[in-house]
Design a protein around this ligand. Structure first.
Ligand SMILES: Cc1cc2nc3c(=O)[nH]c(=O)nc-3n(C[C@H](O)[C@H](O)[C@H](O)COP(=O)(O)O)c2cc1C
Length: 346
């Protein structure tokens, strides 16, 4: 077992909350948006979308993936204000590529750490012997962790699952803990379970027990089905995890880290939607497809009379200007109309 230097993971206070890495979701825009309605001390860790080391190491491929590491100045301001750590997540299979990619990350960007994806269950990535296909490949996994650590000099973490077909938590986490990593995020499902079945948090408790027996300074972050601050805190207390990671729960409630659990008013939802569209437009312009934004509309436009029709109108828009005009129209039509008040929410 390697000796671990002090870093932000070793200093992480108990009760940490993380927003999960999510492809086409947790870009600079969405991270900023979530931070804009979060309160200091309620959100501690952010991750980029997963980014291919093969892409990063290839001159043309890099152009296709590099936006995943973009951090705008306004996002950086919020990161600093809320004292959040931002971690780059990468995936691949070849330790040499991990080494090169990690050097690039350390030289060209300002991330606090690097996370290695050993959890994605999607067929096209596991066919390449990457992500959750690495589960149980003890030697290759350790080589990769070592390559990232040497290439970047940054703290390294791994996000993984409990096994391939059945839980192998004890053995797999035990193997990972033999490396020089600083933290493990355990998504409490096997590869086979994808996200179709409830997360099994007793596996997180088991992982905590294993790491306490091997190296208590390494952090365990539990992940799976967390949809409120209270529930996350309860799960940490129950399992002994150092933190929890929120994935799809953010779609039901972007205010999860705000410190205020209540149903939001319609104007709060539409204001945040407007901010999201404007920020997306300002940050990406036409360089990214506007339709990426459409998956977010349901987050804000739900739970009130007229929501379905408003959403349908938004879904028909072709660009940011049209979507912003649809919001203006909704505000105009609904002003003074009692049907749109939160009291009559569906
Ligand atoms: C749209 C989407 C994209 C995702 N992309 C990534 C990714 O890039 N990297 C990763 O490690 N996990 C990714 N995940 C998995 C989540 O990080 C998380 O582990 C999973 O959703 C389980 O947490 P939850 O039950 O809270 O949603 C993604 C999940 C979703 C829904």
């Amino acid at each position: 077992m390697s000796f671990m230097m002090e870093n932000f993971w070793t200093k992480l206070q108990p009760g940490a909350f993380a927003l999960a890495p999510m492809e086409d979701v947790t870009d600079s825009v969405f991270r900023e948006l979530v931070m804009s309605v979060s309160c200091a001390g309620k959100l501690h860790l952010l991750f980029t979308e997963f980014t291919s080391v093969d892409g990063l190491c290839h001159p043309t491929g890099r152009k296709a993936v590099i936006h995943r590491f973009q951090v705008t100045d306004s996002e950086r301001t919020l990161i600093n204000r809320l004292k959040i750590k931002l971690i780059a997540q990468i995936w691949g299979s070849d330790p040499e590529k991990f080494y090169q990619a990690s050097r690039i990350i350390a030289d060209d960007f300002k991330f606090d750490g690097i996370d290695i994806n050993m959890g994605c269950p999607v067929g096209k990535v596991i066919k390449q012997n990457t992500c959750s296909a690495l589960i149980g490949q003890h030697e290759l996994a350790l080589e990769i962790i070592d390559a990232v650590s040497k290439g970047s000099g940054l703290p390294v973490s791994v996000k993984t699952r409990t096994g391939i077909k059945v839980h192998q938590t004890e053995q797999w986490i035990g193997q990972l803990l033999q490396s020089g990593l600083s933290a493990i995020t355990l998504h409490a499902r096997t590869q086979k379970m994808q996200s179709l079945y409830p997360a099994e948090w007793d596996q997180v408790a088991l992982a905590v027990k294993v790491k306490n027996g091997i190296n208590p300074t390494i952090k365990i972050i539990g992940n799976g089905d967390v949809d409120s601050w209270e529930q996350g805190t309860e799960l940490m207390n129950k399992t002994g995890a150092d933190g929890v990671m929120v994935g799809r729960g953010i779609f039901a409630n972007p205010w999860i880290f705000s410190g205020e659990e209540r149903e939001r008013e319609i104007h709060e939802k539409t204001d945040l939607l407007e901010k999201h569209i404007s920020l997306f437009d300002k940050t990406w312009g036409s360089s990214r497809n506007f339709s990426i934004l459409k998956r977010f509309f349901k987050i804000y436009v739900n739970g009130f009379n007229g929501a379905a029709a408003f959403r349908a109108e938004l879904m028909g828009t072709q660009n940011a200007g049209e979507a912003l005009r649809a919001i203006e129209k909704f505000r105009f039509v609904s002003s003074g109309n009692p049907d749109y008040s939160s009291q009559s929410a569906l």
